[in-house]
Structure formats: structure tokens, C-alpha cells
Design a protein. Structure first.
Length: 74
């Protein structure tokens, strides 16, 4: 009986310490890389999307149509 009580106390302490350390750990911040494309068109955007780039913004009003893409940095 004493052995079961000791094991229960040790398990409770381990769970408490584990929960405390899990809650205090800061999540890793996502790192991004960016690509700027001047004169981009739909085919270029689709090609970059197929390899993991996401279109963030595009300026269609300018004469050179600049696109900015991003993807998670490995």
C-alpha cells in the first residue's frame, strides 16, 4: 500500500512539472523568406505557387506589375 502511494505521489509530481514546463515554453516564431517578381503574370504565379510560394500582394496599377511572394523558411 505504501509503495502504491509513493508511486502515485511521484506520478503527480512528474505530471505537474511536465505541465508547468510545457506551458512556460515559448512557441518557435515562424521565419519567412520573400521573393519580389517584377512583371509577373499568371503562369509565373502558378509556377511559384506549385513550389510553395504564396502570393502576398500585387500592384496591378504600376506599369511593371510587381508581385511579392512568401514561403516558410526551412
Amino acid at each position: 500500500m505504501k509503495q502504491k502511494l509513493t508511486l502515485a505521489i511521484i506520478a503527480a509530481i512528474a505530471l505537474t512539472v511536465g505541465a508547468w514546463s510545457y506551458g512556460s515554453a515559448a512557441p518557435a516564431q515562424q521565419q519567412w523568406e520573400y521573393q519580389f517578381v517584377t512583371g509577373c503574370n499568371q503562369a509565373q504565379a502558378n509556377g511559384l505557387g506549385a513550389i510553395g510560394w504564396e502570393l502576398v500582394t500585387m500592384d496591378p496599377s504600376s506599369s511593371h506589375r510587381e508581385c511579392i511572394f512568401k514561403r516558410p523558411r526551412p
